[in-house]
Design a protein around this ligand. Sequence first.
Ligand code: 2RA
Length: 332
Amino acid sequence: MGLIVGVVGATGAVGRKMLQILDERKLPIDRLRLFASEKSAGTTVSFRGEEIQVELLTDEVMKDTFDYLLFSAGGGVSEKFAPIAAAAGNIVIDNSSQWRMTEGIPLIVPEVNPHVLKGYRGIIANPNCSTIQMVVALSPLHKRYGMKRIVVSTYQAVSGSGFKAIQELENQTKDENHPNEVYTRKIFGNCIPHIDVFNENGFTKEELKMVYETQKIFDNKDIQVNATTVRIPVYYGHSESVYVEFEETPDVNEIKEILSNSEGIVLMDNPEENCYPTPLEVENTDATYVGRIRKDLFNPKGISLWVVADNLRKGAATNAVQIIEAMEKNNL
Ligand code: 2RA
């Protein structure tokens, strides 16, 4: 007996990626239903050779029976419709930030904290893309050495802002005078240290997501995180420069051994051969890639590393689909 799966926001950048991943990973789906706002309802999307009509998202359809509902339609839509679907007994996996920090709502990266899903039904939150790749890379090292403090700078692709931003970079690449609408200034040939809105403490919402989502995923409010998130003129793939101070003194060779044998991680670290991950090389894959591992020159408990992943796949759609797989595999 296959699954009944719904995708809310099926015509957006991540929604379309979710369909691609559902197909690629061969989930046994008996029925797929797609939902969107008036703007896109009535259009059709092809899936496994079938043209599926996009239905209008309403309270009523959320009360229908699904095994899983994937949401990627923004926080407002999730706030309104996810509780209706959950109240009807459906499992909702939400890619927006709406429910991530809500007490009692699991915030899940299957390689890191799948145990939290045991016996759970309701709304499950998919973490922010920049958080996911960082915790995948750091989780096995945290288990071995215990993390005290993380300092991270991100270099985030424009696809994180959706189709319009991809278009804006394409237009500015062709015409340097093309106006900037998505960002506060031109993104072509530039980098912008401003993702999402500024908080009164000087951090942006994106940076605070990395702080508090990381603490929730590791269930450890003592882990100190300091983030600077930056938009760069790259289409797909987020990169992160991560510095970690551990409780115990780490060993670089042991770290490489641990990462090489960790689920979801590919080690690409051989400077003599110019071997390190870059967004272009990891685009359209599902692993988290780690390189440039090196000890701090002054603090024996400090390690720097470089982490790259496809932000629409592992950073969003694949992680959400892997949550379905984890629940199905472990009969959670
Ligand atoms: C971004 N992480 O990259 C945010 C949302 N996807 O824009």
